[in-house]
Design a protein around this ligand. Sequence first.
Ligand code: NAD
Length: 284
Amino acid sequence: MSTEFKSVGVVGAGVMGAGVAQSLASGGIEVVLVDVAPAALERAMKDVRDGLRLQRMLTKRVVDVDAVLARIRRSTDLEALGAVDFVVENATERWSVKESIYRRLDAIAPAACCFAANTSAIPITRIGALTGRADRVVGMHFMNPVPMKPVVEVIRGFHTSPATLEVAKALLAAIGKEGIVVEDAPGFVSNRVLMLTINEAIFLVHEGVAEAADVDKIFKTCFGHKMGPLETADLIGLDTILLSIEVLHESFADSKYRPCPLLKKMVDAGLHGRKSGRGFYPYA
Ligand code: NAD
């Protein structure tokens, strides 16, 4: 399998897709960014532009913003992925969405192309089974914000081949990231712990034990965390948190993963965190 990446498909142009596209394009790779929503594609380009400017400011390195943006081609149709070397899928954390994407993608992408699923909790083995190339399907759990996080969980599905793991790690190395290989279990390593922590922190607010800002302050000052669990929830997106904890609840059939009613209420009310302008905190 080739570890040369001329062109990489990125499916889903939300919070994660924009970050993945930015990281790949910054690494000199041509990106084909696909989303069903034209507005998401527009917003992703704006987020990438803002992200690159921020990177330039923080690192004081020369970043040719226009050259990076020019490497990102946009489309609303998966058919645009007919000639890519690798696909990173970052669509909505809902089984029905992933299911239809992988079935179509399998028929569209070149036979040698590997698919990496960026999912918070959906088993990679289940995703691989949607395709005729389960050996070339791997998990890549990027952390948010993608351009600033140097480590990615690489998940080995039941049929994922050693060659596919090497290709995945090579792609990550090409964009300055390290892949840590873990086995396929719901939530992998990071989200099994993180989603439970966030959900429990929401229960504290729900039960009136403490205000959101105080919950976060305790984690930041006492444990040295850069962000508290509720700030992290706003950054990830409360809708994505709810979908992820529901996947864990269903996968383990364990009531410890039951979503907090306040989380459900906030999602119903459109309080999805930073991306919607309001979550546990307001955003300008
Ligand atoms: P998001 O809601 O910001 O974006 C999802 C995007 O997928 C939307 O733009 C939507 O239009 C698009 N989409 C829906 N159906 C599609 C289809 N059929 N074809 C193409 N695009 C489609 O979500 P996100 O936070 O970017 O999460 C994406 C994935 O990454 C999820 O599986 C999530 O669990 C995972 N993830 C999220 C985070 C995080 O911090 N947000 C971290 C790691 C992994």
